[in-house]
Write a protein that binds this ligand. Structure first.
Ligand code: G3I
Ligand code: 9MR
Length: 567
């Protein structure tokens, strides 16, 4: 153990990648008893692996390593150790003679419960306009920042009723990321993904307690947390015309300060088609999710969705164009065909009106792995989820085949991959860890649809990947895993004076763009796609956190917990 930590310390200084190359890589949290269990072992002379009980040192299982394969993305030649037969709860190590033992891992029926709770609690830690008190935030308590009750209308957003320089109130919501701005496009997919998790696994979330201010109010805490952001999103719609402002932002990014120290003026900027459609999709989804709890609220959200939809029909190409005096996140997108399809699908599911299904133009829409800029996959996931309640207008075989085809393609990639992941070279983009988890979310939908076990196992591998079975031998979730991200680009984590980062956040992950390298005092350890990662606060291109990356972590950790058979 000591040896492993020392090796990690040296490696994290960028001085020694040999130690990492020798490491056995696996999910540092561990596994559910009935899950597929795979570790990745550096290729060497030995062909056998052993699973050892951590306390007693007793060998409980032996097996043969799989064939050697070279991963071009990492430059590593590795073999897989597969030990699904290990089902007895306990703490274990993987041993291959000649290599350091793996980190300890657990087999437990609640393997991902704490992780899932923390991944949702991270949204609470990123709440704007509220003090986090010690009762709920522990050592991460902090004063309120960004009240956002006096937000300026930027010139790009001016309208007759709301001229430039006038003010609106737009409080609450989540900070997007390591920065303190609030962006509707990214809020859209993030909030939806949490609501989708609730729609798919209601029983799991109904019994979950997160210790947030609303806990105990009769609603599931996941929905309490999502409501904090939905309330903000509603204020981003101009009641005069249904249009939705693209973002609420400073002109420049705040420094590395705590929220209450950030004093830059805040603006709402330009209404955009993408923002209106993402807003419409999320409000339509929320309308059905919150209906059992509050009919009036549900009706209000549906009306908001419909007026945003109408605005988008009349402004079908109002792409976001960053004004010259604003330099914060862009979330620009000049193809909104996917946003149209997604909003139409959610409005169809919620209202049952066939005109919305037609507006989706389903036959023209492929299913793709969701990301903030490509949301058409979300339409298919929602249709699949609600397939039993759709009107005859919906093409049921098409829905099933779109999901199955994409899941199959991801499973094929997973089967051929040396590290056992669905990710291809082109998936190592800004926020690559969320690509892995969004792939898993698709796979879990495939599994729910047709029960093909490979889809569940491939989804498990994505979670294993972000929790340690990767070429960097690290868990990318702050606070979870023996070697986890320590220095995310996250203003509170940097400025709060506490050594440990705020827990439960997924770091962006390796990607070879290295767009931040001129801001970083030390070089990236590698240019290879799967190793181009810097655990340094400077690295916003590989080590930032965001709500849209955490959201699939919420979905996948709950999904595996809820769907994995007991044995
Ligand atoms: O679309 C192209 C694709 O065609 C190409 O194959 C690929 C190759 O790298 O690049 C793709 O574009 C990338 C784009 O994201 C879409 O994924 C750009 O290179 C990449 O620079 C861009 O990164 C975005 C980044 O902002 C910079 O704009 C991230 O997706 C996005 O998550 C990130 O978001 C920021 C916010 O602006 C501000 N808040 C923090 C947040 C996270 O860092
Ligand atoms: O902190 C910013 C981060 O949230 C954004 O994702 C990133 C890309 O837009 O930009 C970061 O801000 C950096 C800025 O772009 C350039 N100067 C250094 C800033 C980080 O300290």
């Amino acid at each position: 153990m000591k040896k492993a930590i020392l090796a990690w310390t040296i490696a994290s200084l960028g001085a020694c990648s040999a130690a990492i190359a020798d490491d056995i890589k696996l999910n540092q949290l561990g596994f559910l008893p009935g899950a597929a269990k795979v570790a990745v072992v550096p290729d060497g002379a030995v062909r056998e692996f052993k699973v050892v009980e951590a306390d007693s040192g007793k060998v409980v299982l032996t097996g043969l390593l799989g064939p050697a394969a070279r991963s071009a993305d990492s430059g590593d030649t590795v073999r897989q150790a597969s030990f699904a037969a290990l089902t007895k709860p306990g703490t274990y190590l993987l041993r291959v003679d000649g290599l350091p033992d793996s980190l300890p891992f657990k087999v437990s029926a609640s393997a991902y419960q704490a992780l899932n709770a923390a991944s949702i609690k991270a949204f609470y830690f990123n709440r704007a306009s509220i003090a986090l008190d010690a009762k709920h935030a522990g050592v991460y308590a902090r004063p309120a920042g960004h009240p956002d009750t006096q937000v300026l209308i930027h010139a790009s957003a001016a309208s007759p009723q709301r001229p430039a320089g006038s003010r609106i109130s737009s409080p609450k919501g989540w900070y997007d990321a390591g920065d303190y701005n609030k962006y509707v496009v990214n809020s859209g997919i993030s909030t939806y993904t949490l609501l989708a998790a609730y729609e798919d696994f209601p029983a799991y979330f109904q019994q979950q307690r997160l210790n947030i201010p609303e806990s105990g109010n009769g609603r599931p805490d996941l929905l309490n947390e999502a409501w904090w952001n939905l309330e903000w999103m509603l204020t981003m719609q101009d009641p005069a015309d249904g249009g939705v402002y693209h973002k609420l932002t400073n002109q420049r990014f705040d420094g590395m300060v705590m929220p209450d120290q950030a004093k830059e003026p805040r603006y709402v900027v330009q209404k955009s088609t993408a923002a209106a459609l993402d807003f419409a999709a999320v409000m339509a989804t929320a309308s059905r999710v919150y209906a059992p709890f509050d009919q009036k609220l549900s009706a209000r959200m549906l009306a908001a969705a419909q007026s945003a939809w109408r605005w988008a029909q009349a402004h079908s190409r109002d792409y976001y164009k960053q004004p010259q005096d604003i330099v914060t996140g862009d979330y620009g997108d000049n193809d909104v065909s996917d946003e149209f399809a997604w909003a139409a699908a959610e409005l169809y599911i919620t209202t049952g009106q066939d005109e919305f299904y037609k507006a989706m133009r389903a036959p023209e829409q492929p299913a793709t792995v969701p990301s903030w800029s490509d949301v058409r996959g979300l339409a298919w996931l929602s249709l699949a989820r609600h397939r039993q309640k759709l009107t005859p207008a919906a093409d049921q075989p098409l829905i099933a085949s779109r999901i199955d085809k994409l899941a199959q393609q991801l499973a094929d990639g997973w089967r051929q991959s040396p590290y056992g992941i669905s990710m291809q070279t082109s998936d190592f983009v800004w926020g690559s860890n969320a690509v892995a988890l969004n792939q898993a979310m698709v796979l879990l939908h495939g599994y729910r649809l047709n029960g093909k076990r490979v889809y569940l196992d491939a989804a498990q591998s994505s979670l294993d990947y972000v929790l340690g079975r990767n070429a960097l031998d690290m868990s990318f979730v702050t606070g979870y895993g023996a070697r986890a991200t320590l220095h995310p680009h996250h203003r509170p984590s940097e400025a709060d004076g506490i050594a440990a980062p705020v827990p439960g956040f997924l770091a962006g992950g390796p990607q070879p763009g290295q767009q931040d390298k001129t801001h970083c005092p030390q070089p990236y350890p590698s240019a290879l796609p799967a190793k181009s990662y810097l655990d340094h606060v400077c690295s916003y291109a590989s080590n930032e956190v965001t709500i849209n990356w955490n959201a699939p972590l919420v979905y996948v950790s709950a999904g595996l917990q809820a769907l994995t058979p007991l044995k």
